[in-house]
Design a protein around this ligand. Sequence first.
Ligand code: SF4
Length: 324
Amino acid sequence: MNPDLRFRSLAPWLRETFGQPIYRVALDAGSTCPNRDGTRGTGGCTYCDVEGSGTGALRTGEDVAEQLATGLKRIARREKKGQAVGAIAYLQSYSNTYGDINRLGELLGAVEPYLGGPVRCVSVATRPDCLTDESLQLMAKLSKRVPVWLELGLESANDQVLLDINRLHTLDEFFDAVKRAHQAGLSTVGHAILGLPGDGREGARATAEALAQAGCAGVKLHHLMVLEKTRMAHDWRAGNLEVLELETYLEWAADFIERLHPDQVVHRMTGEAPPEKLIAPQFGVHKTAIRERLTEVLSKRGTRQGSAYAGGSDALLQHQGTQP
Ligand code: SF4
């Protein structure tokens, strides 16, 4: 039996839904994004490194099909006692629905040989302002064969904060993207960052309320991390940027969890970065310990996921069925 974490975490949900352990294979398609090429902005979000918040795997010379084959071999080593493992093919880096539609078709085509086999789900990360009808149609077509999740970065529900971090999309664009994805039959996962400059504790709460209101079936949450080769690295070194202490993050994350819909699946509740890239904060504890500490905070408060849910997304969650 799973321990009561006081929030609905992804791994048990995956095991219940797919009947086997499921692992993520992160893929780097080397796409770009409108916030880097001048279409929407230049320089990218101030926290994003030159690898587009992704794996950087393309630098190894492997294309997406090769990365997927390598990743599937890696997770197959986790098989125990003949229990096969499954995979989420996760197109992570940059904005994967941006640009030439044929390119998205090729990326989604890379998973085809593994459908009915180890790939049990496809997840596509993008910006809310990069969702053309053509890209939705392509993903909707694939979703007839395998669950397709669309991962949309909101990060903050405050438009001024989004402007200040050079994110350059709005909350309304996020709501519109989620609505169109749901209409196309796709499931959505909304991303949030706690501790963005100017957002504060109230911002953390408002972002959770927005993700609940939007009806995203899944939510990814992490604290602001300052990485090398970002604009925030300069700000932090100049003493112009503060990051959250672990205790503060846990309190804010608890506020956040309380405001989600009880059925939303929490895919992630902390961030990780390679040690050579991470400047601050240095929590110095493993993500499992952070998760346990979050459960402790919720226990002490006598609350859990959904305790402070304000309503508004029941119909959408219902519409999405069981796919986060
Ligand atoms: S939208 Fe994504 S890929 Fe583009 S700059 Fe921002 S975080 Fe990086």
